[in-house]
Write a new protein. Sequence first.
Lengths: 263, 375
Amino acid sequence: MSEYLIEFNNISKFFGKVIALKDVTMKVKKGEIMCLLGDNGAGKSTLIKTLSGVHKPDEGMIIVEGKKTLFDSPKDALDMGIATVYQDLALVPLMSVTRNFFMGREPQKGIPFFKTFDIEKANKVAAERMGQIGIDVRDPSQAVGTMSGGERQCLAISRAIYFGAKVLILDEPTSALGVHQASVVLKYIVKAAADGLAVILITHNVHHAYPVGNSFTVLNRGKSLGTYEKKDLSREKLLGMMAGGEELDKLEIELKEMNRINN
Amino acid sequence: MSDKSKSIANKNNINQDERLKKVSSLKVLLNRPELGALGGSILVFIFFGIVAGDTGMFSAYGTLNFLDVSANLGIIAIAAAMLMIGGEFDLSIGSMIGFAGICIAIPAIYWGWPLWMSIIFAFCMAVLVGYFNGILVVRTGLPSFIVTLAMLFILRGLTLAITRLITGRTQVPGLRVLIEDDPIAWIFATDTFKGLFNWLGSMNLIALRTDGTPLATGIPPSVLWFVGLTILATYILMKTRYGNWIFASGGDKNGATNVGVPVGRVKISLFIGTAVASTIFATIQVLDAGSADTMRGTLKELEAIAAAVVGGCLLTGGYGSAIGAAFGALIFGTVSMGIFYTDIDTDWFKVFLGAMMLIAVIFNNYIRRKVTESK
């Protein structure tokens, strides 16, 4: 078996004449966090959707645990243990923690045709799982709307793990959060990887990605600028690649020029 | 010393936890969607207890009277509430009532079908109409408000046109004689607990007619249907997987879809639910009156939605309860009948209905903000 849990080889995706992704390759090992960075419009969303089975790649292949795979639907990907936590988290604020945790996959008990939602068991599991990540839900029947953004993010991740995720794809998990909340979520992501998951962390925030990532892939205009191990890459270099170093260099020159003229 | 301070700290911790728990359980109670309607019902009963307590409104006959009206509205209000929790509206409820009545009466009277077959036929048509509403909303992604508004006109028009085409008039009488010995009709047309009422009459505990039989002959079928449906709907919403899917579909369609809830199927089934509830309403009324009228059920959809809203359903979906809708229907039924026992002119009923709904919406909106606000 390959040492990588999941590999994406030369993935391309076209929408009509638009080349959304071209020859993107990346690999993630078990227990590793791979950060996928890119500016707006770099193709991050398209790549996530291809990874999670929403889009089918036009070229290239996906290899899961050494086996070549094609996802026909998001459910296919989910069945293979590839879970995606989108930015909207798929949480309903008006529903309770428990009802959200088990939404769509409610545990049941009783005889066929008269099965009931086993709410006691669900409450227990939800409170237990949230407790494990240090979120004390006193009452698992409280509405998710009363939780903080970080807690909601953790709930969504915890739910994905509970339902058997091996590969966790996180779409901008810290973008809407304050510094403290973001660090809580990042800590949890590190813990999840340490427990044996492969994590793909999508973000445009280098300061969040650099401390937690093991490797980094930078996307720019639909192409990968390459995958780098952390030891081969300084934070500054990553920042430079991410922001489109040339653009900034050009800006600097232009600013100098303006200063010269003004003076 | 350090041990001691630790134990004090622990104790404080526990105290704090307990206090928090108390607050949160009070909040849970306040957050129940049916709270407003429950409080409203109590207020309404207190009001009529004072104003009309000695008028016979709360005699056996009077009570059954307003319960019957509440129950009829409740049957459709509960289905409307479930659909609203699922995030959609059905404005074709009233027209479906008229349509279902005709679906029973015309086959039974003009085509010589046995009554039971006509009733089953009406329910089959209801499933079709509900399915059509549902699939249209789910497939086109149009607001259900518009789709079912169109259906309101189409169904009412069809009812009128077909009835006049076949019978030459707009009413179909003559059903009463068919009820006897019918294997199904009794489910919608039997007063229950007659023995109890006879006994109460013989003990002179309730009012009698001049011939010595009690004025109130038994619990009307609508009331049992109403209670049964309230229990069933509450069970579904609170205790089943499907119930969780209803809340999820109405709360966040995309989120629910992403975690594998079959949102489309849930919504379609709820539209079938409102059409079937309308048909239950229609069957009970048609068999009670012995005739079907093409205009039956006019504006009932708005009353059903009003009762659901008073019962705590949010117009945006994802929140509400069947018990709340039941209390909402009870409020409307009680006031609409109770007003006859007071000196108040009945013209004021609609003013009350509107005001009640307005208060309920403002209250619900406040609750929703409370529930969803971050700490």
